[in-house]
Design a protein around this ligand. Structure first.
Ligand SMILES: C[S@@+](CC[C@H](N)C(=O)[O-])C[C@H]1O[C@@H](n2cnc3c(N)ncnc32)[C@H](O)[C@@H]1O
Ligand code: SF4
Length: 430
């Protein structure tokens, strides 16, 4: 990978890569739903694909300029899909351990729309005894009554997309909010006393300088969130920035990778000074004994995840799947009573091991015993060559008893994970 921030997706969200998921595996996914459940924990993800504006760096499936009737139709479809999913043998009667409202922008919905949506989902899934219910918010969509409604509806973890505190940076990158809306929203969130709060930042937005970055970090520290998640700016191919650059022939002015890593390193230092602890290559938490991130931790350890909504990603009984990625395809499937699954993949046992290994490494230290016990393979022996290479390059502080990434390794963990990928499908044994 070159130092320049070139168009491409570097963040490793799953394994095997999405490019290998296919339509031919849909029967495998349906068979997983129709079979008895595994013993894994169960989570629920709901995709709310609406935003006030499309940020120029964003690659998610989102719709802007939607009518209230579209939101209503989509909410009814989510409730219908929840009903279909909850009646499948692999899901029925199971307790939800965690719920995640992601997007898009779940907070785009009005209080009335949220109440109707949650009411519709509760017909099939309750989350009173879930350990965590996360809700993603864009600052400018919040109001004091909406924040209070989120508390009453059972949300336990509010994640706020702050990204940056400099108005000119927010504007150039196409964010719909300015810094004043962040501060206003944060007061309401604090006053509502959610069990957990998170702030998302992106290091290296267009127009970012060392000064704007350091101010963003200082202002985030002043908010005292329970956790902070810091992404390094990427330019995935399906973003406004990349389309614009193709049309004009100009490159998008994003800082290079070493600069972004230096900025994140500086931010990690500041948060550590204030008593935060590192909980992954992207996240720091204020009180690790109290603040957990169940969605991440359970998903990365192989939990089942029922995914609702257009283009949502799920995982059930060891099988990956994704829902229809277009509005009409998604709605027509659900409205005719079918699960809207468009593609999937049944990984081999070895691929599931690699998946858990790479996702676990994103937290900075490998739980060797857990993987040994679950998969009957010793990852220290199996990838001995890779561990030695990582150590020799300064990416690992130690190999045994558990590989522990150095700060340098942690800040570029996604680029390192590819060393564990493979073998290529043609050579797989199943
Ligand atoms: C679904 S959004 C969060 C909620 C809400 N839509 C918002 O943006 O405020 C998830 C997060 O992904 C991150 N993100 C999106 N596009 C990115 C990119 N190209 N590079 C790095 N991070 C990105 C942003 O930090 C964003 O907050
Ligand atoms: S970053 Fe958030 S608000 Fe911006 S387009 Fe993506 S999902 Fe919407």
């Amino acid at each position: 990978m070159s130092d320049a921030t070139e168009p491409g997706s570097y963040f490793v969200a799953n394994y095997p890569p999405f490019a290998r998921w296919n339509k031919a595996a849909v029967p495998d996914v349906l068979a997983a739903f129709a079979a008895p459940p595994t013993q894994e924990p169960l989570g629920l993800y709901l995709h709310i694909p609406f935003c006030r504006k499309r940020c120029k760096f964003c690659y998610f499936r989102v719709y802007t300029d939607v009518a209230a009737a579209d939101v209503e139709r989509y909410s009814r479809a989510l409730a219908a899909e929840a009903g279909i999913a909850a009646s499948q043998p692999a899901v029925t009667g199971r307790r939800l351990r965690y719920v995640y409202f992601g997007g898009g922008t779940p907070s785009f919905l009005s209080v009335k729309q949220l109440e109707r949506l949650v009411g519709g989902i509760h017909g099939s899934f309750g989350w009173d005894d879930a350990e965590e219910v996360t809700f993603e918010c864009e600052p400018g969509t919040l109001s004091e009554p909406k924040v209070q409604a989120l508390k009453s509806l059972g949300m336990t973890r509010i994640s706020l997309g702050v990204e940056n505190f400099t108005d000119s940076v927010l504007e150039v990158n196409g964010r719909a909010h300015l810094s004043a809306e962040i501060l206003r929203a944060w007061d309401w969130i604090k006053a509502a006393e959610f069990p957990s709060t998170n702030v998302d930042l992106i290091a290296g937005m267009v127009g970012e300088t060392t000064d704007t970055w350091q101010q963003t970090v200082e202002k985030t520290l002043a908010l005292e969130p329970d956790s902070v998640t810091i992404y390094q700016m990427e330019l995935p191919p399906n973003t406004v920035f990349v389309h614009d650059a193709k049309e004009t022939g100009a490159t998008t002015a994003v800082a290079d990778w070493p600069t972004k890593r230096a900025w994140v390193d500086w931010a990690f230092g500041r948060f550590l000074d204030r008593g935060y602890s590192v909980s992954s290559g992207y996240t720091l938490v204020r009180d690790p004994a109290r603040v957990h991130f169940r969605y991440r931790d359970m998903l990365w350890e192989g939990s089942d995840l029922v995914a609702l909504g257009v283009a949502s990603f799920g995982h059930l009984s060891g099988v990956h799947y994704q829902n229809a990625t277009h509005w009409d395809d998604y709605l027509s499937a659900v409205e005719s009573g079918r699960l809207p699954i468009a593609r999937g993949l049944r990984p081999t046992k070895r691929e599931l091991l690699i998946r858990e290994l790479v996702l676990n490494l994103k937290k900075g230290r490998l739980d060797v015993e857990r993987l040994r016990h679950k998969f009957g393979v010793d990852p220290l022996e199996e990838w001995a060559h890779e561990w030695r290479w990582l150590e020799a390059e300064g990416f690992l502080d130690e190999i045994a008893p558990q590989p522990v990434l150095s700060r340098r390794g942690l800040l570029q963990v996604d680029a390192l994970l590819h060393r564990f990928f493979g073998p290529e499908p043609a050579a797989e044994s199943g």
